[in-house]
Write a protein that binds this ligand. Structure first.
Ligand code: FE2
Ligand code: FE2
Length: 200
């Protein structure tokens, strides 16, 4: 399945808040860089469409975790949180965060295919995600927490939520890490057998 087909399948899982979700998605698709934005300037998926590919991947991983660990959480919650957790990376509608880099040295030496729009009003990305989504979609407290703190304890400021995470916050954080590290960067899942080998 293409990323686009996987994306469409995920969108169809939102039913209770379909109207507000569709209005937001429509605005994103037609009036922002949502479908073309990279996921970063130089790290994972720094290519056109990278953000969408990452968001679709994280949502699929989150749905797998949900099925095994937390079926009481709705699929709709997982799609809204998973698909939109990084929507702040679009910048603002009409003012994309990522611009094509024109500095050849940075492209060749640092793999920096994109640069940050110098006109952006700086905001923590997870905060901007929540800011954008909440203008359109009514969120539960848990969904809002999950979006805002999806980076978990990798972000210094997120210490304030330590030990107070709702289950969906824990799941989206791990789905984000797993997708980026294992699926996108291709880190191998290998078990070290040195210990047993020495014993044998
Ligand atoms: Fe993120
Ligand atoms: Fe992410």
């Amino acid at each position: 399945m293409t990323v686009q087909e996987r994306y469409e399948a995920l969108k169809s899982k939102v039913t209770k808040r379909k109207n507000e979700f569709d209005t937001f998605i429509n605005m994103l698709e037609k009036g922002s860089s949502w479908l073309t934005s990279p996921a970063s300037t130089k790290y994972h998926l720094n290519k056109a469409g990278g953000l969408l590919e990452h968001s679709v991947g994280v949502t699929e991983t989150l749905l797998k975790f949900r099925e095994t660990l937390a079926p009481a959480i709705s699929e709709e919650s997982c799609v809204i949180v998973g698909l939109l957790h990084d929507v702040g990376k679009i910048g603002m509608p009409g003012k994309p965060r990522y611009l094509k880099n024109d500095n050849q040295w940075e492209i060749e030496k640092r793999n920096m295919t994109y640069k940050i729009n110098p006109d952006e009003v700086y905001m923590n990305l997870a905060t901007r995600s929540l800011y954008l989504i909440a203008k359109y979609i009514s969120l539960s407290d848990s969904e809002a927490q999950a979006i805002l703190y999806h980076d978990g304890q990798y972000v210094e400021g997120n210490k304030e939520v330590a030990h107070h995470e709702m289950p969906i916050t824990l799941l989206v954080h791990f789905a984000d890490m797993w997708t980026a590290t294992v699926y996108e960067e291709g880190r191998k899942i290998v078990e070290s057998t040195d210990y047993y080998d020495k014993k044998d």
